[in-house]
Design a protein around this ligand. Structure first.
Ligand code: ADP
Ligand code: NI
Length: 220
């Protein structure tokens, strides 16, 4: 596939995803995709991953998330495949991109989600970085509000979910989500580039949580 052709494919895909996800209110909107795309391209350069496959997977990774499709984790890769076939992408690329989308999602603290290729690792890292730091905090509360969960409830303790089923059906608070997922991500980064960025974002979230608890207790 020549460069002009791949550029055209990326542009068509970006326009398609933008049209689908613009205005989405749970933190999986077009701007999340755009940030993940840019971060993935940046990490791909550092890690010598295939930029075309990385960019396509980043663009399509949330096209049909299981959280909004009755827990069906095959909806995303299926929809991505239909789209990529429609615009005439070669089969090897489609298979790889769909595999990445399938493997990507966080499924609970005790569930291993290992990416099978370097490109997958890069996209997973970029997606996870967007769940950290100031942006990560904003997205967590946006998603928590959408789900109707409480901001915080001292009577509900965090649980480290051992299975995808358990994680999917969890009914906790958004502050607990930091302990159940967000604070674990730093140590789950696949690439050195992402790990360094995650450190800083992690520290920012810890400072936020510490302050939240001080304010909760009326100490500050
Ligand atoms: P991924 O795309 O890695 O699977 P998710 O789709 O699970 O990530 O999460 C997308 C965003 O929504 C993240 O910022 C995440 O922290 C947030 N989120 C997911 N589940 C919850 C929850 N139960 N409470 C608060 N935020 C959540
Ligand atoms: Ni995402």
């Amino acid at each position: 596939m020549n460069a002009t052709n791949s550029q055209h494919i990326v542009e068509q895909t970006a326009a398609h995803v933008k049209q689908k996800l613009t205005g989405e209110g749970t933190g999986h909107d077009w701007w999340h995709i755009q940030r993940v795309r840019q971060m993935a391209i940046r990490i791909a350069k550092q890690e010598n991953a295939d930029p075309f496959r990385v960019e396509l997977a980043a663009l399509l990774h949330d096209i049909a998330d299981w959280k909004f499709h009755g827990g069906d984790e095959t909806a995303g890769p299926r929809e991505a495949r239909v789209w990529l076939e429609k615009i005439g992408v070669e089969k090897a690329v489609i298979d790889h991109v769909c595999e990445i989308i399938h493997d990507l999602s966080f499924k609970g603290a005790g569930v291993k989600t290992r990416m099978r290729t370097k490109e997958g690792m890069v996209v997973q890292d970029a997606d996870r970085l967007d769940a950290l730091g100031a942006i990560g905090i904003a997205r967590a509360f946006a998603y928590g509000g959408h789900k109707g969960q409480e901001i915080y409830n001292p009577d509900i303790l965090p649980t480290l979910h051992k299975s995808f089923e358990e994680y999917k059906n969890a009914n906790g608070t958004t502050i607990n989500h930091f302990h159940e997922k967000l604070l674990l991500l730093k140590n789950l980064m696949n690439t050195a580039t992402a790990r360094a960025l995650a450190e800083e974002r992690h520290a920012y979230m810890e400072a936020f949580l510490a302050r939240f608890m001080r304010e909760w207790g009326g100490k500050t």
